[in-house]
Design a protein around this ligand. Structure first.
Ligand code: BGC
Length: 270
């Protein structure tokens, strides 16, 4: 099925139709710069501009760099504060004239990596972490997403962890990979201690340079770079939109697992 995936990032809003069976883009991505300020109305315009480049798709999924519950954006750590409690799925749906599902950006990237990339066929607890403007997290149990985990905001040495160990922190403080890697290692050891995942997948722009810093990380848990890189958010948004089946904001959760039909019936309303 062809579903349009759109990824809202700090510098660009990018999208493409996705073959959700193969996890591949069906056309080149179209990108517009993220408006500044990135308030709800301006970003909705950018999303509409991206969507306007394509036709013939069967649904739309959009990522957002914050908590998203039932299509409503509940946090805005690195984005305009107009997103706090904004009915994002409704705003985008009205703007595009069709149902749009919305999910957290790291959750989307993780969905794509677990379905088609570095986490394919991995059982047990798998954790995707994206190192970019912030630190995004996505937690999976046997391939099923537990959404909105927000482990980038753990407290580390008295700081919000993403302020110390994100890629933005590395750039802002002009740190070499040798100087930044110990911070990432300290962060990963903390997460490892709390959750004992079976695998860490690291994504975000800096994962393209994984050969420069991953060898410097000494932790017990296996750790691998994401393989879908820039397209993970787009692909994950599309896959999730297909699963949501026209229910804005719905994502596959533990309640959707076989045998949990009664719970799932309530979880997809609205
Ligand atoms: C936000 C997360 C987001 C991450 C990456 C964090 O600041 O709280 O929701 O996934 O940045 O964009």
């Amino acid at each position: 099925m062809a579903i349009l995936g759109i990824d809202i990032g700090g510098s660009g809003v990018k999208g493409a139709p996705v073959d959700t069976v193969r996890g591949e883009l069906l056309a080149d991505r179209f990108r517009v710069p993220t408006p500044q300020p990135a308030d709800v109305t301006s970003v909705a315009d950018a999303v509409a501009e991206v969507a306007g480049q394509f036709s013939g798709y069967d649904g739309v999924g959009v990522t957002f760099p914050g908590v998203v519950v039932d299509g409503v954006t509940r946090s805005a750590a690195n984005v305009d504060k107009s997103w706090l409690d904004a009915p994002a799925a409704r705003v985008f749906s009205e703007r595009l004239g069709r149902p749009v599902s919305v999910l957290n950006d790291a959750d989307a990237a993780g969905v794509a990596e677990v379905a088609f990339g570095a986490g394919h066929d991995e059982r047990g607890l798998v954790m995707m972490l994206t190192f970019g403007t912030g630190i995004g997290s996505a937690l999976f149990l046997d391939g099923t997403l537990l959404p909105n985990t927000e482990f980038g905001h753990l407290e580390l040495d008295g700081h919000d962890a993403e302020r110390r160990a994100s890629d933005r922190a590395r750039e802002q403080e002009d740190l070499s990979f040798q100087d930044w890697a110990p911070r990432v290692q300290r962060y990963l050891r903390h997460v490892e201690m709390l959750l004992s995942p079976r695998l860490f997948i690291v994504g975000g722009g800096v994962s393209k340079k994984a050969d420069k810093w991953l060898p410097l990380i000494d932790i017990r848990t296996p750790i691998v770079p994401a393989t879908l890189l820039n397209n993970a958010g787009i692909i994950g948004a599309a896959v999730t939109a297909e699963q949501a089946g026209g229910h804005p904001g719905a994502v596959r959760t533990e309640a959707d697992r076989p045998g949990a039909e009664n719970v799932a019936a309530g979880a997809h309303e609205g």
